[in-house]
Design a protein around this ligand. Structure first.
Ligand SMILES: *Cc1c(COP(=O)(O)O)cnc(C)c1O
Length: 393
């Protein structure tokens, strides 16, 4: 623990959890597919089973490959501990269901990821958990609701797909004062651009499926933070059973080694494209925190080291068909419900982040019908500019 933060993030992304040799002196993390781990010595088996000695018993609980993935995230997020699940939603639901019991109250914002929003609007209320969702941009409202008393304050920034910025330092302070556990979904920013725990949050959650893995070939989720909380979440996830697969853990680990390089490039590409699109005659508006006229720009500058690889833009005309026409013409973008990969990915909220909502619900959330969510890849930025230009004309 004491030496955790001796290195900078680019070094941590490569070395954290891997500063040793593995089985048979392997320099790379082995993918341990074994379901169980055997002990010829009964006493040793007991010690490991009771947690008095490090080791593994059964891979639904812990696994050597998964351990390394959790350790890398733990170090990158400046956390005491970390635990994982099979998907981002797996870890978000495990975290919320661990911390909330019938009669409890959670305060969050309206612009959380679509799946998380479903937990708030459907699955938690069904367990008699009281949910209050505030206007994402109205920090006074969040503050007032939290002050009424709550068990969990759940935040996300930048948000999906409207790229709103939430003031983490201010709201974490408010949450703490109310005795709430403060959770932040850091998927869009990644630990390279933002560390919510350093801004006062208790727990940080990620869909590792996105920028962490970075290659759109493995699902995974992870939560990092206070050891006492992580132990409880692990205890729930272990029994509910949504365990991260060792092969996925390996793919995510491999992707994470280049995370710093990728995110730097994606930050640069996104900034250049946001500026380019802002001046484009067929674009109504660009949503990117790196633009000085973005309403969250000052807070983003305060709490982020880079503005991220996600941007959204609203095509002139303002109908779904206007967005669809542009999307169909893009040559350098996967039209898919994903984000954070090395290749550029674009889509409308209707088939991606807010596929669960009706057109009326999206309108009520303030999501324009001609909005395109654009996850910027690591391609040459001039090629991406030219591609966007031809698609918009
Ligand atoms: C994708 C995503 C999730 C859910 O992650 P899965 O790995 O798809 O389950 C949660 N939060 C955010 C911000 C996401 O983009």
């Amino acid at each position: 623990m004491s030496n955790d933060q001796q290195y900078k993030p680019a070094t941590q992304a490569v070395w954290a959890g891997e500063q040793r040799l593995f089985e048979g002196n392997a320099t790379q993390v082995p993918v341990v597919h074994s379901v169980s781990f055997g002990y010829d010595d009964m006493e040793e088996w007991m010690d490991v089973a009771l947690g008095n000695k490090p080791g593994h018993i059964y891979s639904r609980n812990t696994n050597p490959t998964v351990d390394v993935f959790e350790e890398k995230v733990r170090v990158l997020e400046h956390a005491e501990a970390a635990t994982s699940a099979s998907t981002g939603m797996g870890i978000i639901s495990s975290t919320l269901f661990t911390l909330l019991a019938p009669g409890d109250r959670v305060v969050s914002v309206k612009d959380t990821y679509g799946g998380t929003n479903r937990l708030f609007t459907e699955f938690l209320p069904r367990q008699n958990v009281n949910v209050t969702l505030c206007d994402t941009m109205d920090e006074d409202e969040v503050e007032a609701e939290v002050a009424k008393g709550c068990n969990v304050l759940y935040l996300e920034t930048p948000t999906n797909p409207t790229i709103k910025i939430v003031d983490l330092e201010r709201l974490a302070r408010v949450g703490k004062a109310a005795g709430a556990v403060v959770i932040v979904d850091n998927t869009f920013a990644t630990p390279i651009n933002q560390n919510p725990l350093l801004l006062g949050a208790d727990l940080v959650v990620h869909s590792a499926t996105k920028f962490m893995g970075g290659h759109a070939d493995a699902l995974g989720g992870v939560v990092a933070g206070k050891e006492e909380l992580i132990k409880r979440i692990y205890g729930y996830r272990e029994i509910v059973g949504g365990t991260l697969h060792p092969m996925s853990a390996y793919l995510l680990l491999r992707g994470m080694k280049t995370m710093h390089l990728r995110i730097q490039r994606q930050n640069e590409n996104a900034q250049a494209l946001a500026e380019f699109l802002s001046g484009h005659p067929n674009v109504e508006r660009v949503l990117y925190p790196g633009l000085p006229d973005h309403p969250g720009h000052d807070i983003a500058r305060k709490q982020m080291r880079g503005f991220g690889g996600m941007l959204s833009f609203i095509v002139k005309g303002n109908t779904f068909e206007d967005a669809a026409r542009c999307l169909t013409r893009l040559k350098l973008a996967r039209r898919a419900a994903n984000l954070g990969s090395v290749e550029t990915i674009a889509g409308p909220p209707a088939t991606t982040s807010h596929v669960e909502c009706t057109a009326e619900e999206r309108a009520a959330m303030g999501i324009p019908e001609s909005l395109i969510r654009y996850s910027v890849g690591i391609e040459d930025v001039e090629d991406l500019k030219a591609d966007l230009d031809q698609a918009l004309r």
